[in-house]
Design a protein around this ligand. Structure first.
Ligand code: SF4
Length: 313
């Protein structure tokens, strides 16, 4: 770690937004949660202004417009499918790690994280108690190794923290799994619990990670260029260090996706066909889509979904 950094506030590259924190982040300080901003989306008949987005929302639009409509436009929202074990597993691992960092540093051990996994464990979506118990043990082994190899020495300044900042066209909000401080910079850490370890391309191409880096920079004025994906099953870490240009590309992509989704929603409000402005995009992703049972195209694309395969057995 370099010497003491100058964290005095400098003019932000982002216009001020009501409710968005632009606080200092001197050593030891925590990122502060941000109160929800009171902007309305600029749909038809509503005041124009920045569009409030989350990375998850933009990813849903980019992956499948119909899925986006089911999740973010239709009200009441169509019922989601039953719980799936891989989503339960992901939630448990995230919750256990959040609790892990609430412990004092001397208690951040592999043994302690085993207890935390057990304490947060849920059976939702598993085939039966035996299936659930088998994965409980695996999850304890995974996190214990991850903690001992990677996480115990981390210096988080934020864990599951909401961040928010605006580019003028969009207001980015989201929850960052972890923000570490290294060498006077912030590093974005995102946990992955899927069966396949991510590669470096995914860290580079992740819109979410880039937006979080931009949001943190806008909130704190502390440099934030490095993003990391931590695969909790293997303790593998892939990194990417953004440049100003690569962050700008992600920002422009986010603004484009937000504009497209806003225009589609406005067209729906004018009476356009839902299937024309929010077309399905069937493919392998339909296997894990929570709205598949409402989507004939998705059911044809992936006729049978085996929850065990999603879990990685
Ligand atoms: S099942 Fe597939 S095509 Fe249908 S909404 Fe979900 S992701 Fe889109």
């Amino acid at each position: 770690m370099r010497g003491k950094q100058d964290h005095r506030l400098r003019p932000s590259p982002f216009p001020a937004v009501p409710g968005v924190v632009a606080g200092s982040t001197a050593e030891g300080a925590e990122l502060r949660s941000v109160e929800p901003v009171r902007f309305q989306l600029a749909f038809d008949g509503m005041p124009d202004g920045p569009v409030r987005v989350t990375p998850a929302r933009l990813a849903a639009w980019s992956a499948c417009p119909r899925r986006y409509r089911f999740g973010y436009v239709d009200r009441p929202r169509p019922p989601r499918g039953p719980a799936l074990p891989h989503t339960t597993l992901g939630a448990v691992l995230h919750n256990a790690l959040r609790a892990f960092y609430e412990e004092p540093p001397e208690r951040r051990t592999g043994e302690r994280v085993r207890e935390l996994v057990r304490g947060h464990w849920r059976d939702d979506g598993f085939a039966d108690r035996r299936h659930s118990a088998e994965f409980l043990v695996r999850a304890q082994d995974w996190l214990s190794e991850y903690v001992e190899r990677v996480a115990a020495t981390a210096k988080p300044v934020g864990v599951e923290k909401w961040v928010s900042a605006t580019t003028g066209r969009i207001i980015v909000q989201g929850r960052v799994d972890r923000v570490d401080e290294r060498d006077g910079e912030f590093v974005i850490v995102d946990y992955k619990a899927g069966k396949r370890a991510p590669d470096g391309e995914e860290a580079r191409n992740s819109l979410a990670l880039a937006l979080y880096a931009l949001a943190l920079r806008g909130m704190s004025h502390v440099r934030c260029r490095q993003v990391e994906l931590h695969h909790l099953r293997t303790a593998e870490v892939v990194r990417w260090r953004h440049t100003a240009d690569s962050l700008a590309e992600h920002r422009e992509r986010a603004e484009r996706l937000a504009r497209q989704s806003r225009e589609a929603t406005a067209a729906l409000g004018r009476g356009d066909s839902p299937d024309r402005v929010f077309p399905p995009r069937p493919g392998g992703q339909c296997a894990g889509c929570e709205f598949r049972r409402h989507c004939p195209e998705g059911q044809r694309a992936v006729p049978v979904v085996d929850p065990r395969a999603l879990l990685g057995e």
